[in-house]
Design a protein around this ligand. Sequence first.
Ligand code: SF4
Length: 197
Amino acid sequence: MIDSKPSITITHVLEHLYCPRFTYFEYVLTIPERQERRWKVERGRQVHLERSKMNKSYLRSKLNVVERQFDVPLASQSIGVRGVADEVLTFADGTMGPFDYKFAKAPKTPFRNQRMQCVLYGMLIAEWFGCEVNRCYLCYTRDNYHVVEVPITERARRDAMNVVQEVVEVIQHGYLPPPTTRSRRCIDCCYRNICVQ
Ligand code: SF4
């Protein structure tokens, strides 16, 4: 486990996965990512809207959901992250899991960042509620609310903790991490004018 680590949000982790240098510019040099605040407000509105369209009987009959909690704030000192889950589900077998909305078409298999986000929420839920969490769900609203189950394995938990550790190390030691390997991402990056490659 990490000692005296800064508390980071799950959004930090996702930004880091997009490009590790985001962590450096945003949290070491404290140059804000311009879109973040507007994006959060917009996403909150969208979640609210999409949730009202989600088929409740599908959740009950297909996923055996017995309870739904909305916009649940979660945090853990031992995991070192915090965030607000779109939904926390309780299943008939007594386990729980996150349900996350994606305003996109479903990919062939969920992207790594989407899986990791779900896994981190799952880990937070397990600790916060003291229950077993072994799966999470992604709901793709642009694909007729297609729901994909993502298993939360030991390996997935380790992978997520490694990325959290990477973020913490950049913030604590203030070093410039390598750029994203996908140079297309640099084209409309708000840091491109100051990012030396
Ligand atoms: S310009 Fe490219 S490498 Fe630099 S921060 Fe942006 S995405 Fe990352």
